[in-house]
Design a binder for this molecule. Sequence first.
Ligand code: HEM
Length: 231
Amino acid sequence: MMPFSLRTLRRVLNVVVVVLIVKVTVGIVLGYRNYFPANFNSDFLRGREDYYFGAYSGAFYAHIVAGPVVLMLGLLLISTRFRTRFPRWHRKLGRVQGMTVLLLIVPSGLWMAAYASSGPVAGVSLALLAILTGTTTLLGWKAAIRRQFAEHRRWMTRTFLLLCSAVVLRLFGGLGSVLAVQAEWYDPVATWISWGLPLLGFEISLWRTKPGRRPVLIPSENELTAVSATS
Ligand code: HEM
């Protein structure tokens, strides 16, 4: 059982993260005034006239419509309270989420990665992000069908963290502007960190709470015997 203060801290942190995700997503959607119709003087579309019309614009519009939807659905689906209160809705919305990620976000992300504005290093990161997001979604779906729910939760948490890279990347963008970062490596590196760091943090937290793993701060019986023998 978690101590009261830790539990409260965790709840406060959860609320802060949810507010941040919603705030950044609203900011992203407000930026769509530059995309309907396409404004080639806007930050993102500048210099894209040559390849924009055709497949790119198809991928782009599918992506920017589906992106906020999967982020908001992800927030709902990851909530334990929502899942336990409305299990049927969790299943229905989960299917919508899975299909939207696999049929819209992954292919559009892969296509757009080939034209990444920060260059090929960022492009490889975004392509890998698309492949990983598709893979974790498929594995999470498979686990749910097999009723392996702990496994399902782990894969879907990974999917959600990968989707949140869109938020983390914008936070890095904001930080770069505030600090007036000019370095060319900043954006490509931020692209890798935006999904690599949250995913690594999650894997470490899973490993630390693995059953059978001895908590670091509790000495083993051998260590205790050694200490009492020397004192
Ligand atoms: C995890 C899967 C995702 C992948 C692989 C991905 C990939 C990409 C790529 C390659 C670009 C073009 C980047 C460039 O040319 O520099 C892009 C742009 C964009 N993405 Fe994603 N993305 C993902 C998730 C999301 C999510 C969840 C959202 C939700 C808001 C989102 C919203 C956008 C928007 C709005 C743009 C256009 C640029 C802008 O207005 O900031 N993406 N994405």
